[in-house]
Design a protein around this ligand. Structure first.
Ligand code: TXA
Ligand code: MG
Length: 316
C-alpha cells in the first residue's frame, strides 16, 4: 500500500513541473498543486469545479519556519503549531507574499497545515515548498478517504495518485482562524476544540455555521445522493426506517455504536456506500457531540441538509 521512494520522488517531480498529484493525508486525500505555480493552482480549481474565490489549504513539511509562510504570526499560532503539528489542524494566518494569491482565493489570509501522514511528509519534503491541496473530490462530493475514492471521482484528471491506504482520521482538519483577537474555529475536524483550548489555556470560539468565513463549508458538500435522516436514538431510527420502507423506499439504518474515532474513520466510506447501494434513504443515529464526535455530527448535519433529508425529524 505504501508508495516506493521512487514513486514519491516522481510525484514530487510532477508537482514541480506544474502537474497535479493526489496524495494521502491522515484526514482525507488531497489534490495537490505546487503553491507557487498559478497555472497549476488554476488547474486544481478547474478539475474540482471549485469557485476561484474558495481558498486552498497550503500543506508544508515538518520543520518549516512559520514566518516564511505567514505575516504577524501571533504567539497562539506558535503554541498550536508546536502542540498540534504534524496533525489535523489548519491555521488561518495573514498571507506571506510568497504564497500565490491564486491559492488563497485572492485573500490576504492563508490556511497552513503540516500533515502527519508519512507519504505526505515525504512528498512535501521532496517538493521543498508549499503544496496547495483541497480534498481530492469534485466540488460538492464527499471527501475521499481511500485512493480508490480519488480515482472514482477524478479519473484521468489527476496526473498521479499516491496510494497510502485508508486515511486514519477520516474527517478533514480543524480550521482555526488566528487573524482575529480571539482564535475561532471555522471548521470542526480532526483536532477537537477541547485540545485547542487546553493548549491555549482559554476558551476558543466555535464559529456558528455561517457562509462567509470559510467558503466551501456549504451543506451540500457532504451529501450523498440518498436522503440522510438524522434520528435521536435506535427506536426513532427503527420507526422511521419502517415508515420509509412502507412507502417503498430503499432504506439503510446507520447506527454503528462505535466510538467517535471509529465513526470519523468510517464516516465518508459509509456515505459513499449509500450511493453504491443506490439507497433512497440513510437513517442515521449520530454519535454524541464530544471530541471527534463534534466533527462527525457536523458533517452528518450538512449531509442531511444537503441531501434534502432531515436534521431532527419529529418523533414517533
Ligand atoms: O484535512 C484537510 O483539511 C484536507 C486535507 C487534504 O488537508 N483539506 C481540505 O481542503 O479539506 P478543502 O479545500 O476541501 O477545505 C478547505 C477549507 C475550505 O472550507 C476553505 O474555505 C477553508 O478551508 N480555508 C482555506 N484557506 C482559508 C482561509 N485563508 N480563510 C478561511 N478559510 C480558509
Ligand atoms: Mg473539501
Amino acid at each position: 500500500m505504501t508508495p516506493t521512494p521512487a514513486e514519491v520522488a516522481h510525484a514530487a517531480e510532477v508537482l514541480r513541473a506544474g502537474g497535479l498529484v493526489a496524495f494521502p493525508t491522515e484526514t482525507v486525500y488531497g489534490l495537490g498543486a505546487h503553491a507557487g505555480q498559478p497555472a497549476a493552482l488554476a488547474r486544481v480549481f478547474a478539475v474540482k469545479g471549485r469557485p476561484p474565490d474558495h481558498p486552498l489549504i497550503v500543506h508544508l513539511a515538518p520543520g518549516l519556519d512559520l514566518d516564511d509562510w505567514a505575516l504577524d504570526v501571533p504567539p497562539a499560532a506558535r503554541a498550536l503549531a508546536a502542540a498540534c503539528w504534524p496533525g489535523p489542524l489548519t491555521m488561518v494566518l495573514r498571507r506571506h507574499p510568497r504564497v500565490d494569491p491564486v491559492a488563497t482565493g485572492g485573500r490576504d489570509t492563508v490556511g497552513l497545515r503540516v500533515p502527519a501522514h508519512p507519504v505526505a511528509q515525504d512528498l512535501l519534503a521532496r517538493v521543498g515548498g508549499g503544496v496547495a491541496a483541497p480534498s481530492a473530490n469534485r466540488f460538492g462530493r464527499v471527501s475521499p478517504t481511500t485512493a480508490a475514492h480519488v480515482r472514482a471521482d477524478l479519473g484521468e484528471d489527476v496526473d498521479v495518485v499516491l496510494d497510502g491506504g485508508p486515511c486514519a482520521v477520516g474527517v478533514e482538519s480543524t480550521i482555526v482562524d488566528l487573524t482575529v483577537e480571539d482564535p475561532v474555529v471555522l471548521r470542526h475536524g480532526g483536532v477537537p476544540v477541547e485540545v485547542l483550548e487546553a493548549v491555549l489555556g482559554r476558551p476558543v470560539g466555535r464559529h456558528a455555521a455561517g457562509p462567509a468565513r470559510a467558503p466551501g463549508m456549504l451543506a451540500a458538500h457532504y451529501a450523498p445522493s440518498a436522503r440522510v435522516v438524522l434520528c435521536a436514538d435506535a427506536d426513532q431510527a427503527a420507526a422511521r426506517a419502517g415508515r420509509e420502507r412502507a412507502a417503498g423506499q430503499r432504506v439503510r439504518v446507520l447506527d454503528p455504536r462505535v466510538d467517535a474515532t471509529a465513526w470519523a474513520h468510517a464516516l465518508y466510506g459509509w456515505l459513499r456506500d449509500a450511493d453504491v447501494a443506490d439507497l433512497d434513504v440513510l437513517v442515521v443515529v449520530p454519535p454524541p457531540e464530544e471530541g471527534l464526535g463534534v466533527a462527525v455530527a457536523d458533517r452528518l448535519r450538512r449531509a442531511a441538509v444537503g441531501s434534502g433529508g432531515e436534521v431532527s425529524p419529529p418523533t414517533g
